[in-house]
Ligand binder design. Structure first.
Ligand SMILES: Nc1ncnc2c1ncn2[C@@H]1O[C@H](COP(=O)(O)OP(=O)(O)OP(=O)(O)O)[C@@H](O)[C@H]1O
Ligand SMILES: N[C@@H](CCO)C(=O)O
Length: 322
């Protein structure tokens, strides 16, 4: 459960009173997520999500994330909308942290995504990328190669205590990716963390996307690689090529991948696996034992990384074979 910052009844009542959304009736910490503190807030009008921004989110980046939600919603992507207070402000402060109130999105996330969900995700991801093309703000991906190197420095000494041999394995992968990483692929706004828990469904239909706090301007195919990792592996660690094909084909119906993007998929997928291997290792080593949060397992991402190290071409992901 991600509640790093407690908010008192009185603080929240006063906070909610500065919005035109009715009076506070109840609120509770949300038992999901690892990055920020989230509360489900009910007023006598409707539910809202209150987010207090923690650790990895920089306050100066919040206008980018919040404006992006408005931009996407205006282009037909279903996502939460930031709520303005009576003075027109979206970004506020609560309990000493930057905070924002956003609209509540109906739907649930799917614990075990099936082929149909992967296809829905592929379509939504391509539409997201297309909608981002004319977003006027700019934010670099601080969790790309330079960010991974700096995370590695942070975990280098303790890495072998998390998984024996991890230090050398990460060092070798960073060398490989340093030589391979070519940022000369088509860019747009990418979500960069579009895991199943950030995608809501009503039945088998995708109903919306949430959690834009890693969004940035970067290669669209990198985002595809993040999703290949997050959606197309089974709990036993095996890669499900049928899910990957469904996701990629659906993506390509809305936005065909270029030949250089296809060729790049194997090393982009290695980078995408390394990114979550590093953040999960870092979090395991640095999370305050008192925080109500369930840290995620880095081993899962080491297995995915090793899988992509053996991949020969994008055809191994189910494309171009029928
Ligand atoms: N707008 C929303 N509408 C409905 N529920 C929401 C909304 N935003 C967040 N939630 C709920 O809160 C949970 C955590 O939100 P979110 O994924 O933004 O947190 P996080 O700490 O940034 O998580 P992550 O680990 O994915 O980075 C979601 O899984 C969902 O249950
Ligand atoms: N989606 C991330 C957590 C949030 O950054 C993970 O599964 O490691």
């Amino acid at each position: 459960m991600a509640v790093y910052t407690d908010v008192s009844d009185q603080e929240l009542e006063a906070f909610i009173a500065s919005y035109d959304i009715g009076t506070l009736t109840s609120f509770k910490g949300i038992a999901e997520g690892v990055e920020n503190t989230n509360y489900l807030v009910h007023t006598d009008t409707e539910p809202f999500i209150l987010t207090l921004y923690e650790k990895r989110v920089r306050a100066e980046d919040l206008p980018y994330f919040l404006s992006l939600m408005e931009h996407l919603a205006a282009r037909g992507i279903t996502c939460p909308l930031p709520v303005r207070d009576r003075d027109g402000r979206i970004l506020r402060e609560l309990a000493g942290r930057p905070a924002a109130l956003i609209s509540f999105l109906e739907g649930v996330w799917i614990r075990r995504p099936d082929i149909v969900h992967c296809a829905e995700l592929g379509t939504a991801l391509a539409k997201f990328h297309l909608a981002g093309l004319d977003f006027p703000m700019q934010r670099d991906n601080d969790l790309s190669l330079p960010g991974w190197r700096s995370l590695f420095e942070d975990v280098r000494e303790a890495a072998d205590g998390v998984i024996p041999g991890l230090r050398d394995e990460i060092a070798g992968e960073l060398d490989f990716l340093g030589a391979q990483w070519d940022t000369n692929l088509p860019v747009s706004v990418i979500h960069a963390d579009l895991f199943p828990d950030n995608v809501f469904f009503l039945g088998d239909k995708l109903s919306g996307l949430i959690d834009f706090y890693f969004a940035c301007n970067d290669m669209m195919a990198y985002d595809v690689a993040v999703c290949l990792n997050a959606w197309c592996f089974e709990p036993d660690g095996s890669f499900n090529v049928t899910k990957a094909r469904a996701m990629l084909q659906a993506y390509e119906q809305a936005r065909p991948l270029t030949e250089p993007e296809l060729d790049a998929l194997p090393w982009l997928a290695r980078g995408a696996a390394l990114r979550f291997l590093l953040t999960r290792t870092y979090d395991l080593l640095n999370t305050d034992a008192n925080a109500l949060v369930k840290t995620k397992d880095p081993r899962e991402y080491l297995r995915k990384l090793r899988f992509h190290q053996r991949v020969q071409s994008y055809r191994d992901y189910g494309l171009g074979s029928d």
